[in-house]
Ligand binder design. Structure first.
Ligand code: TXA
Ligand code: MG
Length: 315
């Protein structure tokens, strides 16, 4: 057995790549191992974790049933960046779900993650491998920087392709409700189901962990709507003596000298893939403020805007 699967079987924590962000995995059937995940992240115990499985048969093992609608979404989007909230099966401990009667499950589309899940042979509970409230890691080095010795093994699968977290959809409500936007849109889900899906992201009561302030770098994040506003905002922060970083899809003309330029980040997909590493670079270079012009609200741009708003609420 390879080191990652062996560590999981021994109740230890494994950082592993997925197509979205890196996860911090533990054996989902082992409450002690799951408790160690919460300690490593500094995450409140009532914020439930996602069970990662190798295929739809693995998902059937953590839920009471995979209803026809869930089966249809699994067929269309797994492996992939879609997490479904479903009725919780008997083998899933309270530690994973924060005592809820539902469980979140997904099949990641990453060869390293799938190999780990197949070799381990059971569900792996894994949040993003960051300290609580911080941006998710998109490289193995980010995981080591975030968690240090708290993680036993980190498997390096290179940078994550998508760069922001999976879409979370609650399949226990009628209509199903998107709790966290991601690469797969509510419209795509509705298209496959042939029925409406509620696109409104919910507040903390429905999805613990979807706190308003989240995904935040150390720097203060300010969201503005065009490059002109970004230049003015950067100039005024610089006048106050703040080190300023700027991120936008396109080049921003008229920036003050000494400004850290985190871009151009390109269209929505490229922007998503580079968002969290841009946050980390701004922190590493000592920025006090990040001025961000969001990408258009098309495709994954909706989810990028959601993360920017939450990061801005973070300080
Ligand atoms: O892309 C991703 O989803 C990454 C990779 C590692 O798979 N994972 C991730 O996990 O982002 P985490 O723990 O950072 O976010 C999981 C989200 C949280 O917002 C949590 O509240 C929600 O899923 N969630 C988990 N179980 C739930 C449940 N039973 N009911 C409602 N929301 C749930
Ligand atoms: Mg997270």
């Amino acid at each position: 057995m390879a080191a990652g699967a062996r560590a999981l079987a021994a109740g230890r924590l494994v950082g592993f790549p997925t197509e979205t962000v890196y996860g911090l995995g533990a054996d989902a059937r082992d409450p002690e191992a799951v408790a160690a995940v919460f300690r490593a992240k500094g995450r409140p115990r009532d914020h439930p974790l996602i069970c990662h499985v190798a295929d739809a048969a693995g998902a059937a093992g953590v839920v009471t049933e995979l209803p026809p609608a869930g089966r249809a979404l699994a067929d269309a989007f797994w492996p992939g960046p879609l997490t479904m909230v479903l009725p919780r099966g008997p083998g899933v401990p309270d530690a994973v779900t924060g005592g809820r009667d539902t469980v979140a499950v997904r099949v990641p589309a990453h060869p390293v993650a799938l190999a780990l899940l197949r070799e381990f042979g059971g569900p792996v509970a894994a949040p993003s491998a960051n300290r609580f409230g911080r941006p998710s890691p998109t490289t193995a080095q980010d995981v080591r920087d975030e968690l240090g010795d708290a993680v036993d093994v980190v498997i390096d699968g290179g940078p994550c392709e998508i760069g922001i977290e999976s879409t979370v959809v609650d399949m226990t409500t009628e209509p199903p409700q998107v709790l966290r936007p991601g690469r797969i849109s509510a419209a795509q889900l509705a298209h496959v189901l042939g029925a409406p899906v509620d696109a409104r992201a919910s507040g903390p009561a429905r999805a613990p962990g979807m706190l308003e302030s989240h995904y935040a770098p150390g720097a203060r994040v300010e969201v503005v709507h065009d490059t002109g506003a970004a230049a003015r905002c950067a100039a005024s922060a610089a006048e106050h003596g703040d080190r300023v970083a700027v991120m936008a899809s396109h080049e921003v003309p008229g920036l003050p000298p000494g400004c850290i330029v985190l871009g151009p980040l390109g269209g929505p997909d490229d922007y998503a893939a580079r968002l969290y590493s841009a946050f980390r670079r701004a922190d590493a270079e000592g920025a006090a403020t990040i001025v961000a012009v969001p990408p258009p609200a098309e495709g994954i741009g909706v989810a990028v805007r959601d993360r920017l708003a939450r990061a801005a609420a973070g300080r």
